[in-house]
Design a protein around this ligand. Structure first.
Ligand code: CP3
Length: 358
């Protein structure tokens, strides 16, 4: 059937199994900083046209792997495919970010929501996963993903990006039962969507909670973490005779790592505002950690990048359970050679942390 995995460092590190070096990939590794991505997007006509075309989505997924010795591919898609499939009218205006034409604000809006069928409404994503998996030919594992219900919910209620989250927080404090009802539908949709990605060939899963850090500790627990824990309990965790590791990433969630570590995931993403040494102590060996170089380090000269990579590796320290990554997505104006310098530094500097002690 499918080719055996030539490089399974990512899967092993996410399960805290020994590896000869630290695996590395980058959030948003297929993106606008790469000229070949911009060329394929121009060919597609728009970002959404690129996402909905499995052949082109596969092409851009593989582009960073042609350029760099990365240890994972991540499905090229977006967390807003679910509201798109819910027919809320998703658009990406050039340079403006996502817009939702029909935001969810009232009880009637919530009642009208439905759980999309991945096999039909999200067919283009599932087809892309199967195609990417075939084209990878076992080079590296393929990561599937979705947004957290809270983060996807912010776009659904706000109608786009937000700094203050006024509308969804108004609902959260004013009509909490209504927000829970919406988040339950999004959670069910997300579980079916992730399970369909695994069935089509995704070998690890990541949930992006980009806006969980905008919550208070109590509301994070109730409106974000709770639904991620539900996802962790319900998604497929074993396929093709192998564990499918799950990574949860709350940007700005450093203070909540102990609670996140108890949510049922194999690994946690960490942004650059928390040292990995602190994160490791806070999670007490319950989960692997993924991160956490400040993406802005890639603006600096290669010598500086190398020193900052060394600092991140040293902060995690010796032993298993670290996947090197940025603390958030790579910025669009980064020099691709600088991303290469970061990856080369991980290859050069990480083996010393994996040798037998003594
Ligand atoms: O990591 C990868 O390489 C996989 C691809 C990926 C994209 N979006 C492609 C994309 C992933 C994992 C995402 C997730 C995503 N999408 C998140 C969570 C992770 C994060 O970065 O915080 C969020 C919040 C979104 C929603 C979204 N999509 C926004 C806010 C934007 C516009 C922001 C911007 O940079 O313009 C997008 C568009 C988007 N998604 C782009 C890419 C490559 C840029 C679109 C383009 O080509 O113009």
């Amino acid at each position: 059937m499918s080719a055996p995995l030539a490089n399974d460092l990512l899967l092993r590190a996410l399960l805290r199994e020994p590896t000869p070096r630290t695996p590395v990939w980058m959030m948003r590794q297929a993106g606008r900083y790469l000229p070949e991505y911009r060329a394929t997007r121009a060919k597609a006509g728009s970002f959404l046209a690129l996402c909905t075309n499995p052949e082109l989505a596969c092409e851009v997924t593989l582009q960073p792997l042609e350029r760099y010795p990365l240890d994972a591919a991540i499905l090229f898609s977006d967390i807003l495919t679910i509201p798109h499939a819910m027919k809320l009218g998703l658009e990406f205006e050039a340079g403006e970010g996502p817009k939702i034409a029909r935001p969810v604000r009232t009880a009637a809006d919530v009642d009208a929501l439905f759980v999309p069928d991945p096999a039909s409404d999200l067919r283009y994503v599932i087809d892309a996963v199967a195609l990417i998996r075939r084209e990878l030919g076992g080079r590296v594992p393929l990561i599937g993903f979705a947004g957290s219900p809270w983060t996807v919910g912010t776009y659904m209620v706000e109608g786009g990006g937000s700094r203050t989250f006024d509308h969804i927080k108004r609902m959260m404090y004013g009509e909490p039962a209504l927000l829970h009802k919406m988040l339950e539908v999004v959670t069910r949709a997300t579980i079916e969507y992730l399970n369909a990605q695994v069935a089509a060939g995704a070998q690890a899963l990541m949930v992006f909670d980009t806006w969980g850090g905008a919550l208070s500790p109590a509301t994070y627990r109730e409106f974000s973490l709770r639904y991620m824990a539900y996802i962790a309990a319900e998604v497929t965790r074993e396929n093709e005779g192998r564990r499918v590791p799950l990574v949860l990433f709350t940007k700005g969630g450093g203070a909540w790592l102990p609670e996140m570590a108890a949510a049922g995931a194999d690994a946690l993403g960490v942004d650059w505002t928390t040292d990995l040494a602190t994160a490791r102590a806070a999670t007490a060996g319950k989960v692997a950690l993924q991160g956490n170089l400040d993406p802005c380090v890639l603006y600096a000269a290669p010598k500086v990048i190398e020193a900052e990579v060394a600092r991140v590796l040293a902060s995690f320290g010796h032993g298993e359970g670290h996947v090197f990554n940025l603390g958030h997505g790579i910025h669009q104006d980064v020099d691709p050679a600088h991303a290469g310098a970061m990856i080369a530094a991980v290859h050069a500097l990480s083996p010393q942390y994996h040798r037998e002690e003594g």
